[in-house]
Write a protein that binds this ligand. Sequence first.
Ligand code: MG
Length: 167
Amino acid sequence: MDGKNNLLNAIRVGMGYDSHRIETGGSMILGGVVIEQGRHFVGHSDADVLLHAITDAVLSGAGLPDIGQIFPNDRPENRGRDSAEMLRLAMANVRQAGWDLVNLDCVVLLESPKLSPIKSELVRRIADILEVGPTLVGLKGKTGEGVGEVGRGELAVVHAVALLHRT
Ligand code: MG
């Protein structure tokens, strides 16, 4: 029983979710990668919907305040801010709090572009930011099948889940 309790106290799961509106012009920043699409995600920071969901997943698993509390969107220093830098800071806080990543899994709901041609580049970039091996990062792309805000290309949605272990 003690062994089981020790194990249960040594792992934590955290869930992250984010969505950003899509508008014409500019380029999309997704998973820290610039995608020249003639469209962009709208937001206060660089609006990287994927890194925001991942940031909340790892922070939540470690029991830390969420991305909106750490990087408030009414602060001028967070305007246009690089989400890769925010995730790096968040992961440093997670490690400081005595946790590290077991694995991460993400689902990106985006009508276009299709993720498959750029998936390995996104995984490598996310793994670099988190300073983990790429096998710890799972990523799946889904479209909205032409239906709803996602299907009409108006919205990008990301769900992310992170499993952490106590260090
Ligand atoms: Mg966001």
